[in-house]
Design a protein around this ligand. Structure first.
Ligand code: HAM
Length: 417
């Protein structure tokens, strides 16, 4: 127990963490270019926020939240996603009072109690963006373009961008009733959850993972065929903007997404060949969410990708990561008397900005050299009795094996910048 992590969580240890840092650097760079600024919200919120925001009839709220009472008897939930929190923060911090739209991004852990498998965890990490206060179709295309740019820069290939429109409060009721009409004759054959959702939110039946329910739902009406004129025109505009950017997309009438807040555009990015959890990101428009959270009628659109899945896809596609950390220089002592001089030299090298290290375990000269080799140090700098007396050091190039004795001030000249 003490040495076992909870199911569905991961340690990200050195060797792995450099890959994460690389992905995060790429993400932050793209956000800078597109004008998105970082927001950091708490990892837990009042449970009500997610119930109201994500939707009472979603799998996330019904089955997957980590909810507990805190010591003050308040119901608290570890965030299962980032959008509701960002909307709350937008309202609470009066970001709606400044120039609109507000373009935000976040990177951080999310929590969902689901059955863990490759690419699905109970604590996972998302990079997400949210744009609040922009209603034109161009921003929908921008969010998708930005997502695709992140994947492109990370070297991912064979991705599919699936898009759909989920309509608006005007076209939803018509769609809702045609769905109910379609499901009604065989309702008893659906799983209990779907039967329960039939009245409360029949759209969710389209998102059921149960095999039988999927079969029964095959051929159900698609919202895309029930869109009102305004929604249909908006969807055309989104597609046109994507085409202008040369971004390929697949119109996927069956795309519903697992969260209730979506209106209009919904999209998902699929990676081929990473197994069952092929969705490497998804998002859409949520024009009613700010209002549902107590604000004024404000349009919103966003997107999130799972960092674990990105990493998995990159590894499976054989994408090369930058080389891992290694010291530029490893300081070696060839006699115990040289210890203080070596310690000081190490500090000086670090002050100059070199990645530098030394042994702290009293290793022999040979063992120190071996250790430096294991760390993949580019150079070693050796100080022994002679060098101590002469104010010099021996610099060894660990690739060529070449070594030279020089005065210590000259070290940067040899090892370069
Ligand atoms: P989502 O589709 O639930 O959307 O999650 C987005 C991405 O997070 C998924 O495509 C997947 O890559 C990753 N993900 C989800 N669950 C897990 C899990 N259990 N383990 C590993 N990765 C996972 C949202 O969360 C929305 N908030 C996205 C959004 C932002 N829509 C508008 N704004």
């Amino acid at each position: 127990m003490l040495t076992t992590k909870p199911r569905g969580t991961n340690d990200i240890i050195p060797g792995e963490v450099e890959k994460w840092q690389y992905i995060e650097d790429v993400i932050r760079d793209v956000c800078r270019i597109y004008g998105y600024r970082e927001i950091r919200t708490p990892v837990f919120e009042h449970t009500e926020l997610f119930k109201r925001g994500v939707g009472e009839t979603t799998d996330i709220v019904e089955k997957e939240m980590y909810t507990f009472k805190d010591r003050g008897d308040r119901s608290i939930t570890l965030r299962p996603e980032g959008t509701a929190s960002v909307v709350r923060a937008y309202l609470e911090n009066n970001l709606h009072a400044g120039p609109q739209p507000v373009k935000l991004y976040y990177i951080g852990p999310m929590f969902r109690y689901d059955r863990p498998q490759a690419g699905r965890y109970r604590q996972f990490h998302q990079f997400g963006v949210e744009v609040l206060g922009a209603h034109s179709a161009g921003i929908d295309a921008e969010v998708m373009a930005m997502a695709m740019e992140v994947y492109r820069r990370l070297g991912l290939k064979d991705l599919e961008l699936h898009i759909n429109s989920l309509g608006c409060p005007e076209c939803r009721p018509k769609f809702r009733s045609s769905l109910q009409e379609f499901f009604r004759p065989r309702l008893e054959e659906f799983c209990p959850t779907c039967q329960d959702r039939f009245e409360r939110n029949p759209l969710r039946i389209l998102d059921c993972k149960n095999k039988k329910c999927r079969q029964l739902a095959a051929g159900a009406p698609a919202i895309l065929d029930c869109l009102c004129d305004r929604c249909a025109a908006f969807f055309e505009e989104v597609k046109r903007h994507l085409e202008e950017l040369g971004i390929d997309y697949i119109v996927d009438k069956n795309l519903v997404r697992g969260l209730d807040y979506y209106t209009h555009t919904a999209f998902e990015v699929m990676a081929k060949g990473i197994g069952a959890q092929s969705s490497v990101g998804g998002g859409g428009r949520y024009n009613g969410l700010v209002e549902a959270c107590g604000g004024k009628d404000t349009p919103g659109i966003g997107y999130a990708l799972g960092l674990e899945r990105i990493l998995l896809a990159m590894e499976q596609q054989g994408v090369e990561f930058p080389p891992p950390w290694r010291p530029d220089v490893f300081v070696v002592t060839a006699s115990p008397q040289a210890e203080y001089a070596a310690f000081k030299l190490l500090a000086e090298l670090r002050n100059l900005g070199y990645r530098a290290d030394k042994d702290y375990n009293g290793r022999s000269l040979k063992a120190q050299m071996k250790y430096a080799g294991k760390l993949n140090a580019r150079y070693t700098v050796i100080i022994g009795e002679n060098e101590l007396e002469n104010g010099t050091a021996v610099v060894k190039d660990m690739i060529t094996g070449e070594q030279r004795e020089i005065t210590r001030e000259k070290i940067p000249e040899i090892i370069g910048r």
